[in-house]
Design a protein around this ligand. Structure first.
Ligand code: HSE
Length: 431
């Protein structure tokens, strides 16, 4: 058997501990599959004394992760610290620059600096690998880079954030509102104390940037991404969506349209029996449309110790096998600057919820605004009758231009009996 592949692990949180456990518990299995043993040389974390439920005493403890890049007995630096800049970014540049392979679960780092780091890896003839950065246990990076490599990709989209999917599922199953369910999710450990990255779509945003790059051969570009999270979705939306035959899902969407690319994060109504409509709870799912494969649909756990560590290990085993591949599927120098679709010009059917005072004439005013903005109503629903009191007014539209419907919503907000900002959700009639 060949000489061992030696790792340095930066970060012993949930994922770092998971990786250490797999290496310890599956040493023989991995050595057989990889053709050589995989061992840990050194580790680093913020707190040396913490009991992590795994024995790391046999590994060299390094206080400054930068030292990993200079260690002769380290082939691969495994970065499990997180953050788009600071320590993780510095470590990536130093390790790749010194000819170490770099394996990371850090989607923010790659969404912001992916092109630069991919080029650095190629210049130094090492791998930059990040299977764990998108959808945890779903091998979507490998699928995009290898499995679907013979296809021109038309679209890749899916449920990329388990926290949001859990919250939306709980809201539907219990009828409770966002804030209430978020609090529970935090207590159960499904949501962070600061939930911003998850519920405002940033985490999913980082992931779709990487999928876009893989699908279309473009430089990852987070700065021009439009993101809408799920804070404005309430129990009424979930219930009406169900009644109309839909589920509400936070989707990351990357689609090729007339030579340009649409890249967006937004909650959408999807048919309840569609592939994405049936994915519930903390599960993630990614849907890929290619010209020959037609569609591929992958579902799995997107977070947590086991699934994420499993993904990190797949990258490490690839490196042990001597497998070389450009980070984004094509040489970094060939990645193009993306040409983005103007979202305002895109066309969709929409769901609109207005919270209005139940009084004569409101509907007439609302429909006049929609007419003036060339938005055609497909259906509207109002349950109950409570004169002078707030009631939800639900509408679905025929295909409308995004810029027209957003203008209409802004105008409707100014109607005296419309009590809050309209809730606008696109309808994605996927299979
Ligand atoms: N917080 C993410 C999620 C997992 O809820 O899916 C890590 O990206």
């Amino acid at each position: 058997m060949d000489k061992p592949l030696k790792l340095a692990i930066a970060g012993l949180g949930t994922v770092g501990v998971g990786v250490t456990k797999i290496i310890q518990n599956h040493a023989d299995l991995i050595a057989t599959r990889a053709g050589r043993p995989i061992t840990i040389t050194a580790v680093n974390a913020r707190n040396r004394d913490k009991d992590r439920g795994v024995d790391v005493s046999a590994y060299q403890w390094v206080d400054d992760t930068a030292a990993f890049a200079d260690m002769d007995d380290v082939d691969v630096v495994v970065e499990l610290i997180g953050g788009s800049d600071g320590t993780a970014y510095d470590l990536a540049k130093k390790a790749l620059g010194k000819g170490k392979h770099f394996v990371t679960a850090n989607k923010a780092l790659l969404a912001h600096h992916g092109h630069e780091l991919a080029a650095l890896a190629e210049d130094n003839k090492v791998n930059l690998a990040y299977e764990a950065a998108v959808a945890g246990g779903i091998p979507i990076i490998k699928a995009m880079r290898e499995g679907f490599a013979g296809n021109a990709i038309d679209a890749v989209y899916g449920i990329l954030n388990g926290t949001c999917n859990y919250i939306l599922t709980e809201m539907r199953e219990t009828g409770r509102d966002f804030k209430d369910v978020l609090k529970d999710a935090q207590e159960l450990g499904y949501a962070e104390a600061d939930p911003t990255f998850d519920v405002d779509g940033v985490d999913a945003g980082h992931k779709i940037c990487l999928l876009t790059a893989l699908a279309f051969g473009t430089k990852p570009d987070f700065t021009s991404l439009e993101m809408t999270g799920i804070r404005h979705i309430n129990a009424t939306d979930i219930a009406f969506a169900s009644e109309l035959g839909y589920r509400i899902k936070l989707l990351g969407i990357a689609r090729r349209m007339n030579g340009k690319i649409m890249q967006i994060i937004e909650p959408c109504l999807v048919p309840k029996n569609s592939t994405l409509g049936t994915v519930e709870g903390v599960y993630n799912a990614v849907h890929v449309e290619g010209d020959y494969v037609a569609t591929g649909h992958l579902v799995g756990l997107g977070a947590g110790e086991g699934p994420t560590a499993s993904a990190v290990m797949s990258d490490i085993i690839d490196i042990a096998r001597g497998y070389e591949t450009p980070a984004f599927g094509i040489p970094a120098k060939d990645l193009q600057a993306p040409k983005w679709v103007n979202i305002g010009e895109t066309v969709n059917c929409y769901y609109i919820r207005l919270n209005v005072l139940d009084e004569p004439g409101v509907l007439a005013e609302v429909s006049a605004i929609l007419r003036d903005n060339k938005v055609s109503i497909e259906a509207f629903l109002q349950r109950g009758h409570d004169p002078g009191q707030p009631v939800p007014l639900i509408m679905t539209t025929h295909e409308s231009k995004h810029k027209n419907i957003t203008k209409a919503c802004a105008q409707m907000e100014n109607i005296k009996s419309v009590l809050e900002k309209p809730c606008l959700i696109p309808i994605e009639n996927i299979k």
